[in-house]
Design a protein around this ligand. Structure first.
Ligand code: SF4
Length: 319
């Protein structure tokens, strides 16, 4: 049975020890698709409130939002403090529970290049100053990263492990419009290619089960994303949570989520055609709480992984 090349193995091979991603949520960050710059309301599946941190300091920052043209950031010190608190707590737990030895600081929630350059620089540099941090992984949108930031990250990438994570989701513009994505597929391709040219590592996020898509379309998205040269990939099924535009469509019956059988079928085919050196960071997703409206198979991660491995077995692969 051939083991699929995972991100964990890549990091272990490169750094010779267990490297864990430390997911960070910085208050004050938002998304141009939420604040009205490119659209309002966000992607139809995005429960924007669920991204908000809820600690005391985060509450103070809740109504404050940065964007690319913000002239000043009076909360930078608080954001830096929040970064340190989160890093310390999470990395300590990862060391204790999983034996993590080194870390990548993962700017995870919202659009983490969507702020004035000086703010980004301060946060990234602070993150890189923490003990045993080997690099950064920055989740963002392709329409929200400037040439200045790219150039800066490219220079950082000569010394550190720097990743940019782009939401590709689909290569079909009609789908991107339907989910209110606020940018087209050409824009994602352009910035992935630019990031690669700048010597950065790129992770692409794909969603299977988007409204109106056939399995052939999902597979075509994976095929195209591999051609763009992504180094790493995260596959997700589209699931519906409360308080989203998609929840209304689901309740009305105008959106039917992908079945587990179809998801696994597309996933297995996508893994089969994936270039060997593209590592896999995630093969599924879900949420096990009251906010999930459907599909119910997205509630239980262990069963999902078990079923995926069962299907992979037939083609000689395991995850
Ligand atoms: S780009 Fe991300 S944060 Fe912004 S609306 Fe879409 S899912 Fe939400």
């Amino acid at each position: 049975m051939e083991q699929i090349y995972t991100y964990g193995s890549y990091l272990k091979n490169k750094f010779g020890c267990k490297v864990y991603k430390v997911g960070i949520n910085i208050s004050g960050f938002t998304c141009p698709n939420i604040d009205g710059t490119v659209a309002k309301g966000g992607c139809t599946f995005c429960e924007n409130d669920s991204f908000s941190a809820s600690t005391g300091k985060a509450q103070e920052l809740k109504s404050f939002h940065l964007n690319l043209s913000s002239k000043e950031n009076p909360y930078l010190d608080k954001q830096l403090e929040q970064l340190e608190l989160q890093f310390n707590a999470i990395s300590k737990r990862q060391t204790k529970e999983y034996g993590a030895e080194k870390f990548l600081v993962y700017f995870q929630s919202f659009t983490n290049t969507y702020a004035p350059f000086e703010t980004l620089k301060a946060l990234y540099e602070k993150a890189l100053s923490f003990p045993n941090v080997v690099g950064l992984s920055i989740g963002t949108r392709s329409d929200s990263i400037t040439e200045e930031t790219l150039e800066y990250l490219s220079a950082l990438g000569k010394e550190k492990e720097i990743w940019i994570e782009f939401g590709i989701q689909s290569i079909y513009d009609e789908t991107l419009q339907r989910i209110n994505r606020g940018h087209d597929s050409a824009n994602v391709k352009e910035w992935i290619l630019k990031s690669k040219e700048a010597g950065l590592n790129v992770c692409g996020h794909l969603i299977f089960g988007l409204p109106g898509e056939t399995k052939e379309m999902m597979l075509a998205t994976a095929t195209e994303a591999y051609k763009w040269g992504i180094d790493s990939v995260k596959y997700h099924p589209l699931y519906v949570v409360k308080k989203t535009a998609l929840a209304n469509d689901f309740t009305k019956g105008s959106f039917i989520p992908i079945s587990e059988e179809d998801y696994i079928d597309v996933l297995v085919k996508s893994l089969q055609i994936k270039p060997k050196n593209t590592h896999v960071q995630r093969v599924t997703a879900g949420i096990n709480n009251d906010s999930l409206l459907g599909p119910s198979w997205c509630r239980d991660k262990n069963t999902q992984i078990k079923n995926i491995n069962q299907a992979l077995k037939s083609i000689g692969l395991k995850y």
